[in-house]
Design a protein around this ligand. Structure first.
Ligand SMILES: Nc1nc2c(c(=O)[nH]1)N[C@H]1C(S)=C(S)[C@@H](COP(=O)(O)O)O[C@H]1N2
Ligand SMILES: [Mo]
Length: 265
């Protein structure tokens, strides 16, 4: 992340939750056609409590409403890399040196059977390709094409236990955790988003292998959510009943730093 972006984040966080929502809304106005698939009043609810937003959006959109999909002609530029772009952990560097041949995606936690998939396994599965718009709270958006297997059937293969409520996405990269030093990037989603038809484990971007800058070898796309809910460099998806004891307890690296958990758009 460049110094400028870090400064912007700090400034944003310094303003407090209310102003963050307002800024978020101001930023959204720069996006073209933000609420293509829904009612514009959805946007108004972004200003309200996170929890209310979540319930209202679920009500208005239904659990399986699709994020808008675009055409090849709408891909006007490359996907702008943001946040971590080149993880330096020893485990990640070792995988990278071997072109991710030894990578394994693990499904763990509250499942009947823990599973592990190589990149070749994932590439061999039925895949979905979708052209969607990624919206970052910093006020930019990019349209890109993503390819990979849907997460839902993979979770079903593992057998989700009744107590499981969320997917916890563990990533290889670390971020500035203030007094905690470097902390791993992580995210969570509920199981509805995990089973959403557009939620995929992307290994491909714009017709090529997913670049390292954008999360190679695997990044999760949760298309109805904002940019920080699209975890890159994912190595483990853990089924959990809650996340109060993970990281700062808010369900994600950026959530621990003040952003909403339900970053629905
Ligand atoms: N592991 C990891 N995932 C991440 C981030 C990150 O720093 N590390 N940044 C998030 C943010 S804020 C955005 S906008 C997008 C950026 O994705 P891109 O690099 O493909 O544009 O990834 C999200 N997922
Ligand atoms: Mo972002």
């Amino acid at each position: 992340m460049s110094d400028k972006l870090i400064l912007n984040r700090r400034r944003l966080l310094g303003l407090g939750a209310a102003s963050v929502s307002t800024l978020l809304l101001a930023g959204c106005d720069q996006f073209d056609d933000l609420v293509g698939q829904g009612d514009n009043s959805v946007r108004g609810y972004l200003e309200k409590a996170n929890d209310l937003t979540y319930r209202v959006q679920r009500l208005l959109q239904g659990p399986n409403a699709l994020a808008r999909e675009y055409t090849e002609a709408d891909i006007r530029q490359g996907m702008r890399p943001n946040g971590s772009t080149d993880p330096q952990g020893d485990d990640y560097l070792a995988l990278k040196a071997n072109n991710f041949a030894d990578y394994k995606l693990k499904i763990t936690g509250l499942v009947n059977k823990e599973l592990s998939f190589s990149l070749a396994d994932l590439k061999g599965m039925t895949s979905r390709t979708q052209i969607t718009r990624h919206d970052c709270v910093e006020g930019w958006s990019c349209i890109a094409k993503w390819t990979g297997p849907q997460l839902g059937p993979i979770l079903d293969q593992a057998g989700i236990k009744a107590e499981a409520k969320y997917c916890l996405y563990h990533c290889y990269d670390t971020m500035d955790g203030g007094l905690s030093g470097q902390v791993p990037y992580y995210e969570t989603s509920d199981l509805l988003d995990a089973h959403h038809p557009q939620t995929i484990l992307a290994y491909g971007m714009n017709g090529a292998d997913l670049p390292i800058a954008n999360g190679a070898p695997i990044r999760v796309r949760i298309e109805r959510a904002l940019g920080y809910k699209q975890p890159k460099y994912v190595h483990t998806i853990e089924l959990v009943s809650g996340f109060a004891n993970v990281g700062g307890g808010k369900g994600g690296y950026w959530e621990d730093n003040g952003y909403d958990w339900y970053a629905g758009i």
